[in-house]
Design a protein around this ligand. Structure first.
Ligand code: MN
Length: 343
């Protein structure tokens, strides 16, 4: 289909580029680094060739989250967000933006989110997992009490919050010792992000702020496959609940979360996610430049789902979630074109 919108689509600046080194063999670095630093060249060409109308851009990982000094993290976030705003202003019809946030300091993060949404016109935030605060070993997750006011601000600004993966710090990664191939997108990213999402659900965050919208990539980081078991095992025996949240966690997963197809181009997995959270909460994404646009689109355009669901997941869910301009009602001819000729 034409007109696809993607929202896990990364870029780097000169100061964050090296954060993306090491995930691929050295022979691929020249290509990957040039893709990360490019916005308006090959990226746009790939979008044109494969029916992507828009990318909502975000900084690479872990970037801001791995800068232990709150002041330096804040400076870097402001520089990156200003750079991104300039890039989007050149082609707002093709690019929009997610804010990078210095969550080392919840108050600074709130101020930068407000600036990005209200002054720069960003569509939400993308944060790369936990933040290292004051020292590389001090790892902080966002269910911690010091983030109470930050989350209130996210809800007030109605800013979708994309919880993107990062690797655990080495001192907390004993299970991967001797198996470095498990780090990164192969396994550790999903594990890290799924547990962080479960912490948010169990903390009662969504009882306090029922309008929060959290986005997870990679078809939900394995959670669609596991939510029934999480709730079933939490309720094995009658007794006091083991976490503060009021409801079964699957209810928050179904009501406060959105999932994207980034880097997980598998129809069986998509259908499981659709059965768990519904086609209204799944959004197309590629994970460029770590994945190829053509790999994402050739799979998605031919996946065995209904054309109505393809249009929702490929385009209209993103228009609604990010308040993008909505298409004029399609004539019968236009709808035939959308689902037929451009597949
Ligand atoms: Mn990504």
């Amino acid at each position: 289909m034409n007109g696809k919108i993607g929202l896990e689509e990364h870029f780097a600046t000169a100061e964050t580029l090296q954060d993306s080194a090491g995930y691929l063999p050295a022979s691929s670095w020249k290509e990957l680094s040039s893709r990360l630093l490019d916005i308006h060249g090959k990226r746009l060409q790939q979008m044109d060739e494969h029916g992507m109308e828009m990318m909502i851009l975000s900084l690479n990982a872990p970037a801001i989250q791995a800068v232990p000094s709150p002041a330096l993290a804040n400076d870097m976030a402001i520089r990156s967000n200003d750079f991104l705003a300039e890039q989007v202003a050149k082609r707002p019809d093709r690019f929009q933006a997610f804010a990078a946030l210095p969550l080392q300091d919840p108050e600074m993060a709130s101020r930068e989110l407000e600036r990005c949404i209200q002054q720069l016109g960003f569509k939400g935030a993308l944060v790369n997992g936990f933040s290292q605060v004051d020292s590389p070993e001090n790892v902080v997750y966002y269910d911690a009490p010091q983030y109470a006011a930050f989350w209130a601000e996210v809800e007030r600004l109605d800013a979708p919050f994309y919880l993107h993966p990062r690797n655990p710090v080495p001192s907390r990664a004993q299970i991967y010792e001797g198996h470095p191939w498990l780090m990164g997108p192969v396994w550790a990213f999903g594990q890290e992000t799924a547990v962080h999402a479960l912490r948010l659900m169990a903390s009662g965050l969504f009882d306090r702020h029922p309008e929060l919208k959290i986005i997870l990539g990679h078809m939900g980081e394995g959670l669609p496959y596991s939510m029934w078991r999480v709730d079933n095992c939490n309720a094995w025996v009658d007794g006091p609940k083991a976490y503060p949240a009021k409801r079964p966690l699957g209810e928050y997963f179904a009501n406060n979360f959105y999932l994207t197809t980034s880097g997980n181009f598998r129809t069986q997995t998509l259908i499981d996610a659709m059965l768990e959270v519904g086609a209204d909460r799944i959004l197309f994404s590629t994970d460029w430049p770590f994945e190829n646009v053509d790999h994402a689109t050739s799979w998605f355009d031919a996946a065995s789902i209904s054309e109505a669901d393809r249009i929702k997941i490929g385009r209209t869910n993103a228009q609604k979630l990010f308040k993008l301009p909505v298409d004029a009602p399609a004539s019968p001819d236009a709808s035939r074109r959308m689902v037929g000729a451009h597949r």
